[in-house]
Design a binder for this molecule. Structure first.
Ligand SMILES: NC(=O)c1ccc[n+]([C@@H]2O[C@H](COP(=O)([O-])OP(=O)(O)OC[C@H]3O[C@@H](n4cnc5c(N)ncnc54)[C@H](OP(=O)(O)O)[C@@H]3O)[C@@H](O)[C@H]2O)c1
Length: 331
């Protein structure tokens, strides 16, 4: 039996939830093919929901959240993976209904695993994490629909958040001109440093009128917020533009109209990082390790330990995080 440290969330008899760093055992991990010693994880919005008892994300407690994990294979009954292999696991059910990356060990099905690409360290892979992988799906949608650097400006909403900042960093590396929409105007310099050419207040992307179309501003967009910001973005997108959306920060409802689609040919592309098929998943991780790899990964992230994670979870729930939080489990 191997015991290890993990951030464990427990449901109390009064229905509340408490979290604390505790000892856990590899015997209490699910019965899958590959045991991974986790060196790094990262904090995503969904982890905060799981860590606070959101039953839409995690049905049963006690639970270890963490939808991201990177580390080395410790045991494998699958011939594709050997002890010592460096691997990345993001999404699927990890950290949701399967014990996740906020523990020093996870046990997962082999077909959830991506080999760490050359040119990427385990640490870098988790600065990128689900947020960066999701941003990469968005960039893939833009490219697929011929939204190129010379097509015009790209809007990124929720710009200081994990997906937002990674979208800016990747798009900037590829030569796109980016407008960042944020509620944190005090982070303007940071957003410029990450690659945004223009920073606007998020209120400018919240049109409350019922006008079906607004002046065209964007060749494309990566929207992480949803709600009225997604609706406004669709109405401001130019002919044949693409809006990739992944988030529900403003709730799950979308009230819009058909004119952006039928008069401007706007594409609305969904991003589902959790269930992205393996072929595209591997291809995007290779790009993230190569031509799409942001040069400023350390600058856009902060590191925390398992013990410090509690406070970071509160901050992400309040929309106060700036950039990515890397979780170091090697202590
Ligand atoms: N579908 C997928 O595969 C997938 C993958 C990853 C994430 N997501 C979803 O995408 C969203 C963003 O994830 P994340 O990890 O980037 O979260 P995050 O780090 O918490 O970023 C969210 C950002 O949204 C902005 N925001 C917060 N409150 C807002 C409000 N009331 N109105 C407008 N903007 C607000 C903030 O940026 P500013 O202060 O800069 O405006 C905040 O930093 C979440 O809903 C998450 O669940 C989906």
């Amino acid at each position: 039996m191997n015991t290890f440290k993990a951030l464990v969330v427990e449901e109390q008899s009064d229905g509340s939830f408490q979290r604390a760093v505790r000892e856990w055992s590899t015997e209490k991990l699910p019965d899958h093919e590959v045991l991974v010693e986790v060196q790094y994880s990262s904090l995503n919005y969904k982890d905060a929901l799981s860590a606070t008892g959101n039953k839409g994300v995690t049905k049963n407690y006690p639970h270890i959240p963490g939808i991201d994990a990177a580390g080395t294979v410790a045991e494998s009954s699958n011939s594709q993976f050997s002890i010592g292999d460096e691997v990345i696991i993001t999404g699927y059910d990890l950290g949701q209904n399967m014990l996740g990356g906020f523990g020093q060990y996870i046990r997962v099905p082999a077909d959830w695993i991506v080999r760490l690409p050359k040119q990427l360290s385990l640490r870098e892979s988790m600065i990128i994490g689900t947020a960066g992988f999701t941003a990469a799906i968005g960039v893939h949608h833009l490219q697929h629909n011929n939204v190129n650097p010379d097509s015009g400006d790209i809007l990124v909403t929720g710009a200081t958040g994990g997906v937002g900042i990674m979208a800016i960093a990747i798009l900037s590396k590829l030569g796109y001109k980016i407008t960042a929409a944020t509620g944190k105007m005090d982070q303007k310099t940071f957003l410029h440093d990450m690659g945004a050419s223009k920073v606007i207040h998020r209120d400018e992307v919240q049109d409350e009128t019922s006008r079906p179309l607004l002046s065209s501003k964007w060749a494309g967009a990566i929207d992480t917020v949803g709600g009225i910001m997604l609706d406004t973005t669709l109405r401001e997108t130019q002919h044949n533009g693409t809006v990739a959306c992944c988030g529900n920060v403003l709730g799950h409802e979308l009230h819009t109209n058909v004119y952006p689609f039928i008069l401007r040919g706007v594409h609305l592309a969904g991003m589902d990082s959790g269930n992205c098929e393996m072929e595209l998943r591997r291809k995007l991780w290779e790009k993230l390790a190569g031509e799409w790899k942001p040069e400023n990964l350390e600058q856009l992230s902060r590191e925390c330990s398992l013990q410090e994670l509690d406070n970071e979870i509160d901050r992400i729930l309040k929309g106060q995080q700036v950039g990515r939080i890397l979780v170091n489990l090697t202590d």
